[in-house]
Design a protein around this ligand. Structure first.
Ligand SMILES: [Zn+2]
Length: 197
């Protein structure tokens, strides 16, 4: 293979890599964010539910955070190094203390670590609590480092919205103060539930 052939092949490989990057805003049906998608709940693709705009996805060699840029700046390499300000597309992070799926649709669910939950809570534009138990809300506020209010709302998860589900591994004591230590004793599991369609 000649040098020219080698360079052409490398260029083609790089172009393919760039295409993967630009595919990162597609919904699970393959439509770009904002494009019409009849398979998405609202008829418009809300984008990639696994990587909402404003998610920190990595770090450069020089320690700069890499962010998912808003739709209109995806093609600008600089935009990936600027944290988007309050992206409108981003839904508030829901906090649930039951793993009840609240709306018909398609979901993904995975177990997350407390550290991951803290990062999600800190980077969320807003917290949408559906925690109905006072002591649990207090302990979750401590655990996540954000205010998790008691809210006995009728919660309905939106397409593209992420929810952190808190599930104690045993029965919580009724009507008494619950501490982080108690919770450590009982043990708990955190799940990330994302509605993708
Ligand atoms: Zn779709």
């Amino acid at each position: 293979m000649s040098d020219i052939e080698f360079q052409d092949r490398e260029r083609a490989r790089m172009a393919k890599l760039a295409r993967h990057l630009l595919d990162l805003d597609r919904c699970p049906h393959g439509r770009h964010q904002g494009d019409r998608c009849f398979d998405c709940g609202e008829g418009i693709s809300p984008g990639n539910p696994f990587l909402p705009v404003g998610t920190r996805i990595g770090t450069t060699l020089y320690g700069q955070p890499i962010w998912v840029p808003p739709r209109e700046r995806r093609n600008d390499p600089e935009a990936w190094l600027e944290r988007p300000t309050a992206p409108a597309e981003r839904r508030p992070l829901a906090i649930l203390n039951t793993s009840i799926v609240t709306a018909d649709g398609q979901y993904t669910v995975r177990t997350i670590t407390p550290d991951e939950a803290v990062t999600l809570a800190k980077e969320a534009t807003a917290i949408d609590s559906a925690v109905g138990h006072e002591a649990t809300a207090q302990v979750l506020s401590q655990l996540l480092g954000v205010e998790v209010p008691v809210n006995r709302q009728v919660f309905e998860q939106q397409v593209g919205q992420q929810a952190v589900i808190f599930k104690p591994n045993g029965r919580l004591p009724q009507g008494q103060e619950l501490s982080i230590e108690d919770l450590g004793r009982i043990g708990f599991t955190l799940k990330l539930l994302t509605r993708i369609a």
